[in-house]
Design a protein around this ligand. Structure first.
Ligand code: AMP
Length: 488
């Protein structure tokens, strides 16, 4: 899988051999103990590179071509001179001086074909991070979540349920590799011998082209955000006739609306629909089958019952007291898939990771999610939004502070506040409230366009506010802080 055309696909036998060969090279040439950066989007060679890194006992860290140079450089700087495998079509946008070398696609492909071998004793294990994923950080710098190898093993034990052994398993490898949901088929899908089916760039360019590719896919398990399914559902052609073998939907990453679930069940009467939940810092921790009755009767939908190796603990937001069934508080997640924390950032790690005593006196690693929620009497977890300024836009995790910091880095901007515009419980776009450095200027549409253009060299497209509102001053609250409510 990894590309739906023959030209951009790789068989399991090839994946094995090529990754072995590339791993042998990495073992000798990549900086010892340092994550290997794999830069690109969707391609078979991306997959080969990930597997090669982990066979060489090295962490892989994907960077998507959607990231502008500034963000790429920030990540390189945080890792500290990693080796970069550049598998993009358009060339590496980062600063080569911040790397230990950049191998272009042609070279990577050649090394993968050399027939080198790696001893299984080199493979990644235990506490070495299997992957390092950078997610939005509230202070304007992305933070790298490290997932130890043993956590990846625990995740595999849990998530294999969605990848039953079958001859003809095909999963939708839709999600960018920089997003934790991409591991849903990367780990259990590969382990079960599935075909991972991704869309080529041209196929992603329009819904029509996407649907044509989907109709050729023989897909059996769908993995995406609810936003993406909603985009597909907008076209009546998205139904069981388009995907006759599809029997399972696994959704994750943001609020799954009842209306969406009902529509899916109507269009795909034979398919099972699952809602799943979990932040990058723990991987998916819960899942639940959503049937018609539940979609009619329970709103918002539960996000699942827990992975047996994980526990959800609800604590009072102010006192930290552990709450009982039905009581609303902050969700803490403890157990086998809690990550090791943020790469090179013990300060950030300490703030949200720790140990907690579970029933029976066992101590477990724990992550404080920042999500509001509760557990019902049947042990089902509910997630009712955030306690902070993190949002999801089309499934992408964004800290509003990250966008605000990027805006204030533009010379023309003095201060900025970014607010989410919501519809039906979901963020539809961002609105930037801006004070210009030169207070004699009236911001107008052309100012907004120019600022957005500048912003696009700092942050990826999905973080750029759709609307800009210019202010001479910001309203302040009693504490003298910017009054976000009044601005909204
Ligand atoms: P990410 O780290 O990108 O996976 O984002 C994790 C965050 O997305 C969680 O902390 C939640 O706020 C939100 N989220 C993930 N899955 C769900 C879900 N099924 N329902 C509601 N919110 C979700």
């Amino acid at each position: 899988g990894g590309g739906s055309s023959e030209a951009n696909s790789v068989s399991y036998a090839e994946l094995w051999d090529k990754s072995d060969s590339l791993a042998a090279y990495l073992l000798d040439n990549a900086p010892v103990g340092k994550p290997v950066v794999v830069y690109g989007h969707k391609s078979a060679l991306m997959l080969v590179s990930f597997v090669a890194a982990i066979k060489a006992g090295l962490t892989y860290s994907p960077i998507d071509v959607a990231y502008p140079a500034d963000r790429v450089n920030d990540i390189l700087d945080q890792i500290g001179k990693p080796l970069v495998l550049d598998l993009s079509d358009c060339g590496f946008t980062g600063d080569e001086d911040l790397t230990a070398g950049v191998l272009p696609e042609g070279v990577v492909s050649e090394i993968a074909g050399l027939g080198g071998r790696i001893d299984p004793s080199c493979w990644i294990k235990d506490d070495t991070p299997f992957y390092l994923l950078f997610t939005s950080g509230s202070t304007g710098r992305p933070k790298g979540v490290q997932m130890p190898s043993r956590c990846a093993d625990a995740f595999l034990r849990y998530f294999s349920r969605f990848f039953p052994l079958r001859e003809d398993g095909v999963s939708f490898n839709r999600v960018p590799y920089t997003f934790d949901v991409s591991l849903f088929d990367l780990i259990p899908g590969l382990a079960a011998g599935y075909t991972l089916y991704a869309l080529e760039a041209e196929e992603e360019s329009s819904m029509k082209a996407s649907f044509e590719a989907l109709s050729r896919s023989d897909m059996t398990v769908w993995i995406s955000t609810p936003s993406y399914v909603e985009m597909c559902l907008a076209d009546p052609l998205f139904n069981a006739e388009l995907l006759p073998k599809l029997d399972t939907f696994v959704l994750c990453g943001e609020v799954f609306r009842n209306a969406t679930a009902l529509k899916m069940l109507e269009r795909f009467p034979g398919a099972k629909v699952y809602n799943t939940y979990g932040p990058t810092e723990t991987q998916a921790v819960s899942d639940i089958l959503i049937d018609e009755q539940m979609a009619h009767e329970i709103s918002p939908l539960p996000v699942g019952t827990m992975n047996p190796e994980m526990k959800a603990i609800i604590r009072d937001v102010d006192s930290g007291e552990i709450l009982g069934c039905g009581e609303l508080g902050e969700i803490y997640l403890a157990g086998a898939t809690v990550s090791a924390g943020y790469y090179g950032r013990p300060d950030l790690t300490e703030r949200v990771f720790g140990e907690i005593n579970l029933d029976g006196g066992l101590s477990a690693r724990c992550y404080r999610t920042g999500d509001k929620g509760f557990v019902d009497e049947e042990g089902r977890l509910y997630c009712l939004g955030r306690l902070d300024f993190q949002v999801k836009i089309n499934g992408f995790r964004v800290e509003l502070g990250d966008v605000e910091q990027a805006l204030t880095r533009l010379p023309a901007i003095k201060e900025a506040v970014v607010l989410p515009k919501e519809r039906d419980g979901r963020v539809v776009h961002l609105v930037a409230h801006v004070m210009l450095e030169d207070s004699s200027l009236e911001g107008d549409l052309s100012t907004a366009i120019a600022l957005k253009k500048q912003l696009s060299s700092i942050v990826p497209e999905y973080m750029i506010p759709k609307k800009m509102v210019f202010h001479r001053e910001f309203p302040l609250n009693n504490n003298g802080k910017i009054d976000r409510k009044a601005l909204a």
